[in-house]
Design a protein around this ligand. Structure first.
Ligand code: GLA
Length: 518
């Protein structure tokens, strides 16, 4: 490949400066997207591995950017699965456990893209962190069938689906509010047979699930094991098996199980008591014959990360709600406090079970009860996404998908950043160096490369250096900027950059293999 002259000069100059001072990059304090626009030629995004259980309905939409029409094909697809060549949706079911290496292909007028994709039929799902959206931080309980459909349609039409966003998750407020006199949300929470019903804003849960599936997406639901949810809507208490069956019959693919009022019925807060409701819903879900991602939400009580996997969770909230805590003065304080505090929890995270520092509050979110642009600066938003990618956190967008601007789309839809998060090895990053308010975090990737985050939590622009010694590497490494999707060149010993106040730089380091001497 020939490098354009201008780029060549820049690369050489960058290398030269790197040995003496910090590289000077265009700063990101303006809401200017660093993410290059996706190419019109096909690119297959998303993970390289996907897990499902034998016998469960299989549904996977190949996430691919590039101009439509696009034609999809696959070789090595196991029997039981079918691919729709127009939409790229794979469906069916597989009876036998095993790992199947499939070659996915996407073709349009401008070219062809290929990707090796492993389908693992076994006991585990969520082999990479789930990606999607949740209604909570953009609407609280002000949700309806119509609104969820509009959000799902926007996930597809905005192109987020092409970057791997999949789950459209309904949070609190979809069913009957206990003791409410409001004719829309009040009433009997269950029918004569004891089955849960949606409130009048959700007249037909099955039709809603079908509509979301019809877009090539998946859909999530929310409830508490207690008598009521955190916002006072009906819970699953004494109806656990029946509710699990109902969720599966409606067609849900995800369940957020939120402790809330379970405190009223829990014996105490010892670990076995904290585990009890989660074990009982797990065993109920195991009987429904559907792959349902199981999200434990109990705010980190009893160090849930130490046992979330054992009780069958696919991810567990490690903290209280990120949407600002009383001790925090701003969303930046709350996000950075929670995000950087994930250090030390890395050994509990991995394929099938992930630490969850909560949703991503960017784009248009509810703030002081108004739908407004996130109070985070562009640099703070780069820190958010860079950190969540490195942490292998579920990438659950909390903003309004019908109001996505270019900046937010670039922030959520940078495929090289997402690749860090979706890596098949599933190794959560660890901090490797800290100096004053600056930190370097690193994560091993399956291909032998490293993802490295340079973070500046201070109030002014600061030079942050990734030293090979801290990263446990030696020799020459190619350094690539994941946000800008740009190669800085080959470096030895260290790589240093100026990082904005509250900003981040996300790098990929690839080993340079020297040709052997004769
Ligand atoms: C709790 C959870 C939030 C949200 C609300 C809904 O606070 O932690 O994520 O689900 O309940 O009421």
């Amino acid at each position: 490949m020939t490098i354009p002259l201008r780029k060549k000069i820049l690369t050489v100059a960058a290398c030269a400066i790197a040995v003496s001072a910090g590289l000077v990059l265009p700063l990101a304090s303006q809401p200017r997207s660093l993410t290059p626009k996706p190419s019109a030629a096909p690119r297959i995004n998303g993970p390289t591995i996907y897990g499902c259980r034998p016998g469960a309905p299989f549904a996977y939409t190949i996430p691919a950017t590039g101009e439509r029409p696009m034609e999809f094909s696959a070789t090595g697809l196991p029997s039981g699965l079918m691919l729709d060549p127009k939409t790229g949706r794979i469906s069916g079911a597989m009876a036998i456990k095993g790992t199947y290496a499939v070659k996915l292909r996407a073709k349009n007028e401008l070219g062809v893209a290929e990707k090796t994709f492993r389908i693992v039929v076994g006991d585990q799902i969520a082999l990479t962190p789930p990606m999607g959206w949740s209604s909570w931080y953009m609407a609280y309980t002000n949700i309806s069938d119509k609104m969820i459909r509009a959000q799902a349609e926007a996930m597809a039409s905005s192109g987020l689906i092409d970057h791997g966003y999949t789950y459209v998750n309904i949070d609190d407020g979809w069913n009957v509010k206990l003791d409410s006199k409001d004719p829309v949300i009040g009433g009997q929470p269950r029918d004569a047979a004891g089955n849960l019903v949606g409130n009048k804003n959700f007249p037909d849960m099955k039709a809603l699930c079908d509509a979301v599936h019809g877009l090539g997406l998946k859909i999530g639901i929310y409830i508490s094991p207690g008598p009521g949810t955190c916002a006072g809507y009906a819970g699953s208490y004494e109806h656990v098996e029946q509710d699990a069956r109902q969720f599966a019959a409606w067609g849900f693919d995800f369940l957020k199980y939120d402790w809330c009022t379970y405190s009223q019925v829990a014996i105490d807060k010892t670990v076995p008591s904290l585990q009890l409701p989660y074990i009982s819903m797990r065993s109920a879900l195991d009987k429904v014959g559907r792959d349902i991602v199981y999200n434990l939400c109990q705010y980190g009580m009893g160090n849930v990360w130490e046992w979330g996997r054992e009780v069958g969770g696919n991810y567990w909230r490690t903290t209280d709600d990120l949407g600002i805590q009383p001790e925090d003065k701003s969303l930046w304080t709350s996000m950075s406090r929670i995000g950087f505090a994930q250090a030390g929890k890395e050994k509990f995270s991995g394929p099938g079970g992930w630490n969850d520092p909560d949703n991503i509050l960017v784009g248009s979110i509810l703030w002081n009860d108004k739908l407004v642009p996130t109070p985070l600066t562009p640099d703070e938003q780069y820190t958010y996404l860079s950190l969540w990618a490195l942490l292998d956190a579920p990438l659950i967008f909390g903003g309004d998908m019908t109001k996505l601007d270019d900046f937010t789309l670039g922030l959520l839809g940078n495929d090289e950043v997402i690749e860090v998060n979706q890596d098949a090895l599933g190794k959560q990053a660890v901090p490797v160096a800290k100096l004053n308010d600056c930190e370097v975090w690193a994560k091993d990737m399956e291909d032998g490369s490293k993802a490295v985050g340079l973070f500046n939590r201070s109030k002014s622009v600061t030079t942050v250096t990734a030293r090979w010694e801290d990263l446990g590497i030696t020799g020459k490494w190619k350094v690539r900027d994941a946000w800008r999707q740009y190669d800085w060149g080959v470096f030895e010993n260290w790589f240093t950059q100026k990082v904005n106040r509250h900003g981040a730089v996300l790098l990929r380091l690839f080993p340079v293999v020297e040709p052997k001497r004769k």
